[in-house]
Write a new protein. Structure first.
Length: 117
């Protein structure tokens, strides 16, 4: 199983980005999916999570109201729409998959998001 993130880049404060994560798996629709981020010198933190069918989502307090996680099971893809970006959102963003049938977790390689003027 491979997870490939894209959509990162440099954006000004107040701007928006949409991250995508494509998962190479025949059982993507059974995976819970998360986005994490890690800023320089800090621990990796959970940003957002979504259930396998997409009916339940959860967000870190620091991104609530600004970020939206969604998924398209027909495209094996999970998204993170990030609005009203702040410099403190600067980090490497990682896609994470949890296979609850085999109790295996998978990580993407990360995509850099830099918020700066």
């Amino acid at each position: 199983v491979q997870l490939v993130e894209s959509g990162g880049g440099l954006v000004q404060p107040g701007g928006s980005l949409r991250l995508s994560c494509v998962v190479s798996s025949f059982t993507f629709s059974s995976y819970a999916m998360n986005w994490y981020r890690q800023a320089p010198g800090k621990e990796r933190e959970l940003v957002a999570e979504i259930s396998s069918a997409g009916g339940w989502t959860n967000y870190a307090d620091v991104v609530k109201g600004r970020f939206t996680i969604s998924r398209d099971n027909a495209k094996n893809t999970v998204y993170l729409q990030m609005n009203s970006l702040k410099p403190e959102d600067t980090a490497v963003y990682f896609c994470y998959a949890w296979d609850s049938y085999s109790y295996v977790e998978y990580w993407g390689q990360g995509t850099q998001v830099t918020v700066s003027s």
